[in-house]
Ligand binder design. Structure first.
Ligand code: GAP
Length: 507
């Protein structure tokens, strides 16, 4: 299988089986917009819930808000997005196609040109004789293009507004109320999940670079003098994280450095506990989602790659079939945003810490739902000798958890199976009932969308109240008393029991 085809195969399954579809496809679509279908919505929801549980609900001093997606111009004047949230755009003189200049250079030469000044990008395009990929025409000069979608607010068009390019700004502009809610005591975190919008020059690679996408962000506010006094540090200090330092990048690297969070901070590979805390939480989250540990790492970005507000980024990157991709942005935003908004709105965002006034510093983990969703799809995609493709989703992210089948529709099997399905739903399982087609086909259909367990009702079930569970990963089957089904499924889903143990019991 060629690498490019893996993404295409996944896109095909996603469209056919109700995961993700291009928006308004019947009208030709609009690049960079996608709709989640029935299974995609269930799976996306599980990703969001996993984040919410470990990044927000498990914490004492982190709360979530939901802000407006359209914000007035002064917000982005102050935040620096109007001036700096730009990508270098280059246009073909002949067919007028537009490209992101650093992308087109990377595709043609393999060299990274992100963050370089316009004249250097022009020079690289000229020196390497890079032409338009669509028509081979000459490319014009590179210019900066602001990525925000603008609109007029109100019927008379009085105020200019922008769709937010990150969820973070709602949190900064509400800082005074939020700090009051947190009793003006540091540290505290404010989380937000929601849509962000960027008018990407060349949206591509499916959910990896869209024009509307969802982010799960936290702005963690702390006293910079106490940057190594994270209140829950002991809980993550021993977690291994994969790091790629700047030095490793200069020398050329093959494998990331594996350090505990504690080692990463004491050896100064990660600047403080607040940031390292989130690198550990992200590592745990991806492992729970079925992403292997050797597929991702945290890279200390070069200065010219980091966003305008960042004093250092440690982005989570993954080795996808399309190359190394950023999946999560982890930024040290310092007091950049609060200072900018304080000055522009003539407010003070200082907090008293003892007898000292502090403008809090900010550490920000920013997780993109779509990119994590795609990373999970690629990590779990299986194309072995089964005769059909399947997803090895862990139950934590599987859109459906169990499928219930009657062996035949007749002789009361369908009614029996439907009752079992209803009971499983009532017990809280994401259960799916399917009675159409041969049983082998139904197993294949369930595997294709990654359902971990199938339960089949056959003639024995009518006689002795037993059911057959089939394990997706091994395709092994075992008979169990119906009364044990719920508990058995619970243990299998939680990982408290292996399917193998049930087989041994059956023998
Ligand atoms: N508030 C910080 C921020 O927005 P970012 O690195 O620009 O930082 C954070 O974005 C994350 O949002 C990325 O790591 C990615 O997961 C997601 N993201 C950004 N642009 C995206 C796009 N065009 N399509 C899909 N996801 C995107």
């Amino acid at each position: 299988m060629t690498e490019e085809r893996l993404m295409d195969k996944i896109i095909e399954v996603c469209k056919r089986r109700g995961f993700v579809n291009p928006t308004a496809e019947i009208y030709g679509g609009a690049g960079g917009f996608y709709d989640y279908g029935p299974l995609g919505t269930l799976m996306r929801q599980k990703i969001i819930e996993l984040w919410r549980q470990s990044f927000v609900l498990d914490e004492d001093r982190v709360f979530e808000i939901s802000g407006a997606t359209l914000l007035p111009e002064p917000v982005f004047q102050a935040s620096g997005h109007l001036e700096s949230f730009e990508d270098p755009l280059v246009q073909c003189d002949k067919c007028k196609s537009m490209y992101k200049a650093d992308d087109i250079i990377k595709r043609s030469t393999g060299e990274t040109a992100e963050g370089l000044p316009l004249d250097q990008l022009d020079k690289m395009i000229k020196d390497n004789e890079i032409k338009c990929p669509s028509c081979k025409g000459d490319l014009g000069n590179t210019r900066q293009f602001n990525l925000m979608f603008s609109t007029e607010i109100g019927s008379t068009g009085g105020i200019k507004g922008y769709l937010r390019p990150e969820t973070a700004q709602n949190i900064f502009v509400n800082f005074k109320q939020l700090a009051g809610f947190m009793r003006n005591k540091l540290p505290f975190g404010i989380a937000q999940f929601g849509s962000s919008f960027r008018n990407e020059i060349s949206p591509r690679n499916f959910l990896i670079r869209g024009r509307e996408f969802e982010q799960m962000e936290i702005e963690m506010f702390y006293d910079p003098d106490k940057e190594n006094e994270h209140p829950r540090w002991e809980e993550v200090a021993d977690i291994d994280i994969n790091i790629v330092t700047r030095e490793m990048q200069e020398k050329g690297w093959e494998k990331p450095l594996i350090l505990t969070a504690e080692e990463a901070v004491t050896k100064k590979h990660v600047p403080n506990q607040y940031l390292a805390y989130y690198l550990a939480l992200e590592t745990e989250m991806l492992l729970a989602l079925g992403v292997p540990e050797d597929v991702f790492w945290f890279r200390h970005m070069q200065d010219n790659e980091a966003p305008h507000y960042s004093a250092g980024n440690y982005d989570l990157e993954a080795n996808l079939s399309i190359g190394h991709m950023e999946i999560v942005g982890n930024a040290l935003r310092t007091d950049y945003d609060l200072q900018k908004h304080a000055k522009a709105s003539k407010s003070s965002f200082e907090i008293m810490v003892g007898d000292k006034k502090v403008t809090p510093h900010v550490c920000e983990p920013s997780l993109g739902v779509g990119r994590i969703f795609y990373l999970v799809l690629e990590s779990c995609y299986r194309d072995d000798d089964r005769g059909w493709t399947w997803f090895q989703f862990p139950p934590a992210v599987a859109p459906l958890e169990v499928a219930v089948f009657p062996l035949m529709k007749k002789d009361g099997l369908a009614e029996f199976a439907y009752d079992v399905h209803t009971e499983l739903k009532e017990a809280g399982y994401l259960s799916f009932y399917d009675e159409s087609g041969k049983i082998g086909k139904r197993y294949a259909r369930a595997d294709e969308v990654g359902i971990p367990f199938c339960v089949t009702i056959d003639y024995d079930s009518l006689k002795d109240y037993t059911v057959t569970i089939r394990d997706r990963d091994t395709m092994e089957q075992v008979k169990l008393p119906l009364e044990d089904l719920e508990v058995a499924l619970g243990e299998l889903m939680e990982g408290d029991s292996e399917f193998q143990e049930f087989l041994e019991f059956d023998d």
